[in-house]
Design a protein around this ligand. Structure first.
Ligand code: FBP
Length: 547
C-alpha cells in the first residue's frame, strides 16, 4: 500500500489517554440513573439494563484477568477517528491480558448477522492507527432489531468465544446496542454489549457524553473549505455561495462552521422551527441580507444551510411526518406506482393541508421527499437539494424586488454540498486522542463486566491527563419516539439549544457578519506544531463549557 508522507508521520503519533487509564483502574459507581423521559415505559422495556449507576474509572490495583475475546462493529456513517477507537480497544484488552483477541465484523451490523468477520491482529491495527475512514472492517446501516438477528449474532459470538461486543455508532446504532444488551442479558447468554458515541452530526451528546467523535474533525475540514470559498468570493466579488452542510436533523455542524468562519448567513433549523418560519420567511430573510449587501456594492457572500432544514419548517415537518407514516404503511402499493404518477398519487392520498404544501413544492424536491427512507425510517435529507431550492427562490424574490426598486444589485449563485469530504479525514489530534480513549475505556467497561453502557470520556476541553473516563447506562439517554408509524424506545437526539452559549454567541454576532465582510479563514487541520494551533477543541464545546 503506497502511503503519503503525512500518513507515515502520523502513524507514529501516540494518542493521549486520561491519566487514570495509564495504569490499572478500578470502577467507581455513582448514583442509579433514570431515562431522560418516559421512565415507566423504558423501565418496562429494559428490565435488566434500566437504572444502572454511572461509572467512573480511577487508578486502582493491578489484577490478573483471563484473556478475553471481543468483537467490534462500525455502524452507520463514517466519522474521523473510528480506527482509533478500535486501536484503543485493542490496546486496552491486550494491556489486560496479552492473549486477548479482537474480532471485527465486516461492513457493519450485517457482518454479525451474516457471520462475516476477521481477526484484527497487531499488524493490521498498526496499519490503521490515526487514520481516517472505517475501511479497516467497513461500515453499514443494517438495523439490528429482530430476535432472529440477535440469535444469529449469538451463534457466531458463541463460536468465537466472544465475551463482549462493542458497537461504534450514532444514536440509532447505540439504541440497537442497548436493545441487544437487554436481549442477551435477559437470555443470560453472557455476552456484554458496549456502545461508543460516533457521528459527525454532533447530535449524540448529553450531560455525560460531551460530544460524538468525528464532529471535531469534520467541522474543521468544512470550515477550512468554506474559508477558502470566502476568500475566493471576497476576491472575485461576483458570487453568492449557497453551502449545504451535512448533519442530518441537527444544525450543530452548520453552527460550528459559522462560529469558525463568520459567514454572511447561517440558517439554524432549530430556530426556524421555534419561530414557526415558513419557507418563504427563510427566503425573505436571506434575500434581505443579499439586498442590504448589494446596497453597499457587495454582490457576494456565503450562506450556510444545515441539510435537515426542510424537516424543521413546521409545514414541511407536518408533511414529512404524514409522508413517513403513509409510506411505511403503503410501501408495497407505492412501489407499483409509475414514477410519472407518483406526485399525483401522493397528492390524492394526503390530508388536504399537507397535500397542498406537497403540491406547492418544485418537482425535484417533492420527488426527493418520497425517496426511500434509511433503515431507521429517516428521510434521506442529504439527497434534498436545499441549497438550490433556496437560491432559486431567493433569485425569484430579488427579481420581483428589482422591479419594485428594492434591489439594486446583481445576484449570481454557486452551490456546494459538504458532507462526505469530511467524514473520512485523518482525525484531528482532538479526535485521535478522544477516540483512542473511548476505545480504551470500552475495554475497561468490558473487563468490569458491564453491559448496556456507553463509553464516556469527559472534561475534554482540559488537557487529556485531566479527562474523566467512565461509562453511562444507555437507557439513561432514552425516550419514546414515533418511528415507522410506531412508538419506539430511542436515544434522544441532541438538537441545537437556542438558549445554549454556542447559538447565543452566533446570534449576537450574525447581523454584523451579514453586512460587514468579516470572514475568518481557519486553514487546514494541523497535526504538528504549537498546541494552540493543533489541539483546539471545537468552539461549540468550548462555549458549552464556558471557555
Ligand atoms: P450517522 O448518523 O450514521 O453517523 O451518519 C451521519 C451522516 O453523515 C449524516 O450527516 C448524513 O445525513 C448521512 O450520514 C448520510 O448517509 P449515507 O452515508 O448513507 O449517505
Amino acid at each position: 500500500m503506497t502511503k503519503s508522507a503525512l500518513q507515515i508521520a502520523r502513524a507514529a503519533y501516540k494518542p493521549k489517554l486520561p491519566k487514570a487509564l495509564n495504569g490499572a483502574v478500578k470502577a467507581v459507581e455513582g448514583a442509579a440513573t433514570q431515562s431522560v423521559a418516559d421512565q415507566e415505559e423504558i423501565k418496562k422495556l429494559f428490565p435488566n439494563t434500566y437504572g444502572m449507576p454511572l461509572i467512573k474509572f480511577e487508578a486502582g490495583d493491578a489484577v490478573q484477568l483471563p484473556a478475553m475475546n471481543v468483537g467490534v462493529i462500525l455502524s452507520g456513517g463514517q466519522a474521523p477517528g473510528g480506527h482509533n477507537v478500535i486501536s484503543g480497544l485493542f490496546d486496552g484488552i491486550k494491556s489486560l491480558n496479552a492473549d486477548s483477541k479482537l474480532y471485527g465484523f465486516i461492513l457493519g451490523p450485517g457482518g454479525l448477522v451474516d457471520h462475516n468477520y476477521m481477526e484484527l491482529t497487531g499488524e493490521i491495527i498498526d496499519e490503521y492507527r490515526n487514520t481516517g475512514g472505517f475501511d479497516i472492517i467497513g461500515s453499514g446501516r443494517t438495523k439490528l432489531e429482530s430476535a432472529e438477528q440477535f440469535e444469529k449474532g449469538y451463534e457466531i459470538l458463541k463460536e468465537l468465544g466472544i465475551k463482549a461486543l462493542v458497537i461504534i455508532g450514532g444514536d440509532d446504532s447505540n439504541t440497537n446496542a442497548c436493545v441487544l444488551a437487554e436481549y442477551y442479558a435477559a437470555k443470560q447468554y453472557g455476552v456484554q454489549v458496549i456502545g461508543c458515541p460516533k457521528t459527525i452530526d454532533g447530535d449524540l451528546k448529553n450531560e455525560m457524553i460531551e460530544t460524538s467523535f468525528g464532529f471535531d474533525t469534520a467541522c474543521k475540514v468544512y470550515s477550512e473549505v468554506i474559508g477558502n470559498i470566502q476568500r475566493d468570493c471576497n476576491s472575485a466579488r461576483k458570487y453568492w455561495h449557497f453551502i449545504k452542510l451535512m448533519g442530518r436533523s441537527a444544525s450543530h455542524i452548520a453552527l460550528e462552521c459559522a462560529l469558525q468562519v463568520q459567514p454572511n448567513v447561517c440558517i439554524i433549523s432549530e430556530e426556524v422551527e421555534e419561530k414557526d418560519m415558513s419557507l418563504d420567511d427563510v427566503v425573505t430573510y436571506i434575500a434581505h441580507i443579499v439586498a442590504n449587501r448589494a446596497a453597499e456594492g457587495n454582490n457576494f457572500g456565503t450562506v450556510l444551510i444545515p441539510e435537515g432544514l426542510v424537516e424543521f419548517i413546521p409545514a414541511m415537518k407536518r408533511l414529512i411526518s404524514e409522508l413517513n407514516d403513509f409510506l411505511a404503511e403503503n410501501a408495497e402499493e407505492f412501489s407499483h406506482i409509475k414514477k410519472s404518477h407518483q406526485r399525483e398519487y401522493i397528492i390524492s392520498k394526503l390530508s388536504p393541508i399537507n397535500s397542498s404544501v406537497y403540491a406547492s413544492l418544485p418537482e425535484s424536491v417533492a420527488r426527493q421527499l418520497t425517496l426511500d427512507r434509511d433503515p431507521h425510517g429517516n428521510v434521506q435529507v442529504s439527497l434534498i437539494e436545499t441549497e438550490k431550492l433556496l437560491s432559486e427562490m431567493v433569485a425569484t424574490k430579488l427579481a420581483t424586488w428589482k422591479t419594485e426598486g428594492k434591489f439594486v444589485g446583481k445576484f449570481a449563485a454557486q452551490h456546494h454540498f459538504f458532507g462526505y469530504e469530511g467524514r473520512c479525514a485523518a482525525p484531528s489530534n482532538y479526535d485521535a486522542d478522544y477516540c483512542y480513549s473511548l476505545g480504551f475505556t470500552a475495554s475497561m467497561l468490558i473487563a468490569d463486566g458491564k453491559t448496556g453502557y456507553m463509553s464516556s470520556v469527559r472534561n475534554t476541553t482540559a488537557p487529556a491527563e485531566k479527562w474523566i473516563a467512565g461509562g453511562v447506562p444507555i437507557t439513561m439517554m432514552m425516550n419514546m419516539e414515533r418511528r415507522h408509524g410506531e412508538m419506539k424506545p430511542v436515544i434522544q437526539k441532541a438538537l441545537v439549544k437556542l438558549d445554549g452559549a454556542p447559538f447565543k454567541t452566533f446570534a449576537s454576532k450574525r447581523d454584523q457578519w451579514a453586512l460587514i465582510t468579516d470572514y475568518v479563514y481557519p486553514g487546514p487541520i494541523q497535526y504538528f506544531g504549537p498546541t494552540e494551533v493543533c489541539d483546539q477543541p471545537t468552539k461549540t464545546l468550548k462555549l458549552e463549557q464556558g471557555k
